[in-house]
Design a protein around this ligand. Structure first.
Ligand SMILES: [Zn+2]
Length: 230
């Protein structure tokens, strides 16, 4: 069996309508992504405006098999900031979200993305005690090093980061040290491709990133398990 020493993964939040176009793009190029959902507010009535673009979540009933082949992870039942909360609140916000994901999608989530990138030790301990093995924040590393503390996982970069393409070049053209493996972890929100009008950016990225036989394309869970992080 082939042993990969490089892996590329993506993490996108909020279950918005632009995920449809993003999934199509990822599927076209063989990319795997983790989608972080808020099952308590998965409805078009959950909306906001950015740069004059009306952004809304998908109706739960419209999602169907959209995320098939990708990973679904928790982002909290209602997208509240989880800092300074008690056990009862965490049971509601995360316990119910985890239960909903199991019921709706038939999978037990092992991952999470922190709404607003916010968390504290109480949150991390609660999640770990309830089967969540990794939690992504928003503090980029600009590095491919494996996360040392996966419940406080830092991504390599956001898709709008100016280092995105230089990092990709390094990832594809250079090799990890003998005792290393590389994980390139990109995160964002698919609605940002509408608000920033830069769908071409992600298409160019995945087109260049695709089809390299020494790169594993996996969901967050698949890559973290493959490299023994979780
Ligand atoms: Zn979010």
């Amino acid at each position: 069996m082939k042993q990969y020493r490089k892996a590329l993964t993506f993490s996108y939040d909020d279950g918005v309508t632009q995920d449809i176009r993003l999934v199509e793009l990822f599927n076209k190029y063989g990319m795997k992504c983790t989608f972080n959902l808020n099952t308590g507010i998965q409805s078009e009535t959950s909306y906001w405006y950015m740069q004059d673009v009306r952004i809304h979540r998908m109706n739960q009933s419209d999602i169907g098999n959209l995320y098939q082949g990708h990973e679904i992870a928790t982002h909290g039942l209602t997208h509240e900031n989880p800092s300074d909360r008690d056990e009862a609140w965490l049971n509601e916000e995360y316990g119910k979200d985890i239960e909903n994901i199991k019921r709706i999608y038939g999978v037990t989530p092992v991952g999470m993305a922190y709404a607003y990138g916010a968390y504290d030790d109480t949150v991390c301990d609660w999640l770990t005690a309830h089967g969540i093995k990794y939690g992504r924040n928003v503090w980029e590393t600009h590095s491919f090093a494996l996360p040392e503390d996966p419940i406080r996982l830092r991504p390599t970069c956001h898709h709008n980061d100016e280092e995105l393409f230089p990092l990709l070049r390094k990832f594809l053209e250079e090799e990890p040290e003998e005792d290393e493996v590389w994980l390139f972890y990109v995160w964002g929100h698919s609605y940002e491709f509408d608000t920033c009008r830069n769908w071409a950016r992600i298409e160019e990225f995945v087109e260049r990133a695709a089809g390299h036989e020494d790169v594993m394309y996996g969901t967050n869970e698949e890559c973290l398990r493959y490299f023994g992080v979780i």
